[in-house]
Design a protein around this ligand. Structure first.
Ligand code: URA
Length: 209
């Protein structure tokens, strides 16, 4: 399987285009981020393992299939990743959530960890790293380093939009991680914003523009 999947489903494209529009208001933007996350997750689960079960419907016995594990862990990269968590919980209400906070060092520009809280038992979890914008890829790579150090189970990255630079960096450093994107954009500008992108995802989710 290819390491990077761009989910080109019409619903994702429609909602992402609305997200990109500068006229879209905070309350709409939040809902769209949640919806897109749910749709990316739906695609990311396509290969999930299921097992047979015998059940009783109100009228008969039946055989069905259920997920082998239905309690993944969503790990949000602060702060914008928080906006994606409800979209994940909508499909997996019993999931747990972890948080990783990173800031960029003024001199080295390297991401530095300032907060990390991961659920106990993460080794047995399918983990989804929620990072709406994969720009340089620096934060995502650092967050993946942290998750691997914590012995997280399988790891999948969910992002609304990536730049080629970010995808290149992650695929070079973490070859065992699957990445699901709403779109792969053109490039980064000199301030490391994705072009055309959607602006600052955190500001648009929290109304701090
Ligand atoms: N983070 C954002 O929120 N937007 C970008 O374009 C790049 C990084």
């Amino acid at each position: 399987m290819n390491q990077v999947t761009v989910v080109d489903h019409p619903l994702v494209q429609h909602k992402l285009t609305t997200c990109r529009m500068k006229e879209t208001e905070t309350w709409q933007f939040r809902g769209l981020v949640e919806d897109i996350t749910t749709l990316l997750l739906y695609e990311a689960c396509r290969q999930a393992q299921t097992e047979g079960v015998e059940i009783n419907t109100p009228v008969a016995k039946a055989e069905g299939r259920v997920l082998k594990t239905d309690s993944p862990c969503f790990v949000a990269v602060l702060r914008a990743g928080l906006g994606m968590v409800p979209g994940g919980l909508r499909l997996f209400p019993s999931a747990r959530a972890g948080h990783i906070g990173l800031y960029r060092d003024h001199e080295t520009h390297a991401p530095v960890e300032y907060y990390c809280n991961l659920p106990r038992g993460i080794e047995a979890c399918d983990c989804y790293l929620l990072e709406p914008m994969l720009a340089t890829g620096g934060s995502a790579v650092r967050a993946l380093d942290i998750l691997k150090k914590a012995n997280a189970g399988s790891i999948t990255v969910l992002s609304l939009i990536a730049a080629p630079e970010g995808v290149k960096m992650i695929t070079a450093r973490h070859k065992d991680v699957q990445i699901f994107l709403g779109a792969l954009d053109e490039k980064l500008n000199d301030k490391a914003y994705i072009i055309p992108g959607l602006g600052d995802a955190g500001d648009r989710i929290f109304g701090t523009v």
